[in-house]
Design a binder for this molecule. Structure first.
Ligand SMILES: Cc1cc2nc3c(=O)[nH]c(=O)nc-3n(C[C@H](O)[C@H](O)[C@H](O)COP(=O)(O)OP(=O)(O)OC[C@H]3O[C@@H](n4cnc5c(N)ncnc54)[C@H](O)[C@@H]3O)c2cc1C
Length: 438
């Protein structure tokens, strides 16, 4: 540990990702004595993102200093692409004045978060793996590392998707393969100039672009795989996420899928002449609302990925992590004030989550991923193909009456797909939209 204070803290936070840092600074700002424990020597080196952090949450945690964060590019261009084997139908949006997210490298960004936390009085213990929790009289009240036992009134588990600690104490079930996505990505070096040219970014600006890809994997039984690409200052990330159950069912190797994406005629020119700098893989929890853990027990709360707070559809994770950390930090302060660390008091954390976008969104999106997985073939193959056929007619001048071409398209649309399958697609779509809006 970096400090030789007596081994008793008000709050111990396990894990120095966005959730842990947000919890730690919130509690420290309220006057609590906080220890933030991280297994890595340098925070962020074991972590992964696609990816971009959402600025609204970052600003709420660090309203005065967020602009000093090591941001690579402000993501103001988003493009969603439906890929066939050799084409792409895109929807793009551009927010030149109002970027909502920023690309970052975890090792730099998480280290910056930790430095901010230290400045606000948080004690930081790097290279410290928490192996066990201390439990006395039914209350969690400390941690055990390889070297020492440290006690605290409140423990906040921010130890990420695997959260071995939560599982060890029955706070969380083991994620099933169908609730977990494996994401792999390559970081590819490209010059600033090439990035600006290929992604239509203003010269010399800090603007950036993100792309998402669905389909185009040239497989008969393609799994539901969502591809992503983010621009950094002088590199880009390219990766995809695939459900573990699908990987197992179709006996697929995720790196083969990424190779297929890299070879796609629309993606290949974007990464051409790039040099691979890093290859990484990480799990993403997708159990969502149906698989929520025990969010609190006597003396302990779960935040961020450890609690499964991710909305995969919108690539949201860091915002859930920051804001759940903040709520847990606030609840810890309240419990310290009244000296009651029981589940009854810590339930305030759960109440805050319920009143916030976190549990509201997780609840309204609870069936969406399941619906999408159930229509994998439609999404990965059928609709990208039909969309490409439509735009080939729409944007092409084939010296054939458009009426004939569109009629043929409509006839084939129904002929290529049984009514039963079409109805299933419509049902999945309508029930997803209805679920979100309800
Ligand atoms: C490929 C990929 C792309 C993503 N893209 C995006 C995106 O674009 N936007 C977005 O908002 N989110 C994205 N996410 C999700 C986002 O990264 C996570 O939701 C977020 O990092 C969760 O933060 P956290 O603090 O809960 O956990 P983490 O960031 O995982 O931090 C957990 C920390 O706990 C430490 N730890 C674990 N066990 C112990 C232990 N026993 N003792 C001590 N320390 C321990 C770890 O070393 C780690 O530092 C992506 C995730 C992946 C994998």
């Amino acid at each position: 540990m970096e400090d030789n204070q007596a081994q008793k803290f008000d709050v111990i936070v396990v894990g120095a990702g966005p959730a842990g840092v947000a919890a730690a600074v919130t509690a420290a700002r309220g006057g609590a004595r906080v220890l933030l424990v991280e297994r890595s020597e340098i925070a962020g080196t074991k972590n992964m993102i696609g990816g971009a952090v959402f600025l609204s949450a970052l600003k709420q945690i660090f309203p005065d200093s967020w602009e000093q964060a090591p941001i690579e590019r402000y993501i103001n261009k988003h493009t969603w692409s439906l890929l066939t084997d050799n084409s792409s139908v895109d929807i793009s949006c551009d927010f030149p004045q109002n970027p909502k997210s920023a690309s970052i490298f975890r090792s730099k960004f998480d280290s910056w978060l930790v430095e901010c936390a230290k400045e606000e009085g948080v004690y930081f213990a790097p290279s410290t793996l928490v192996k066990k929790l201390i439990k006395k009289n039914g209350f969690f009240c400390g941690i055990e590392t390889e070297l020492e036992r440290i006690e605290a009134s409140v423990i906040i588990l921010a130890d990420g998707v695997n959260s071995l600690l939560a599982r060890q104490y029955g706070l969380r079930y083991d994620y099933e393969t169908k609730d977990t996505v494996l994401s792999i990505k390559e970081t590819i070096k490209l010059s600033k100039e090439l990035i600006e040219e290929r992604f239509n970014i203003d010269k010399g600006s800090k603007n950036g672009a993100a792309r998402n890809f669905l389909g185009g994997l040239k497989l008969e039984n393609a799994p539901f795989a969502l591809g992503f690409l983010y621009t950094y200052t002088d590199s880009i990330s390219l990766g995809l996420g695939v459900n573990l159950e699908d990987l197992n069912r179709y006996k697929l190797n995720p790196s083969d899928l990424l190779e297929k994406l890299k070879e796609h005629p629309v993606v290949k020119p974007l990464i051409q002449d790039g040099e691979m700098l890093e290859y990484s893989a990480h799990l993403i929890p997708e159990g969502g609302y149906k698989k929520l853990p025990k969010l609190c027990e006597n003396g302990v709360m779960l935040v961020g990925d450890a609690a499964g707070f991710v909305n995969a559809i919108h690539f949201e994770g860091t915002n859930f992590a920051f804001m759940s950390g903040k709520m847990a930090g606030e609840t810890a302060l309240l419990s310290l004030k009244i000296k009651d660390y029981s589940k009854k008091t810590l339930k305030i954390y759960e109440k805050k989550l319920k009143q916030s976008f976190i549990l509201k969104d997780l609840k309204s999106y609870q069936n969406v991923m399941e619906n999408l997985y159930s229509r994998t073939d439609s999404l990965m193959s059928y609709y990208p193909k039909k969309a490409a056929e439509f735009f080939e007619i729409f944007s092409g001048a084939n010296c054939v009456p458009k009426r004939d071409e569109f009629r043929k398209l409509m006839v084939n649309f129904v002929k290529d797909r049984s009514i039963r399958e079409l109805l299933k697609d419509i049902w999945a779509f309508v029930s997803s939209v209805f679920g979100v809006l309800k």
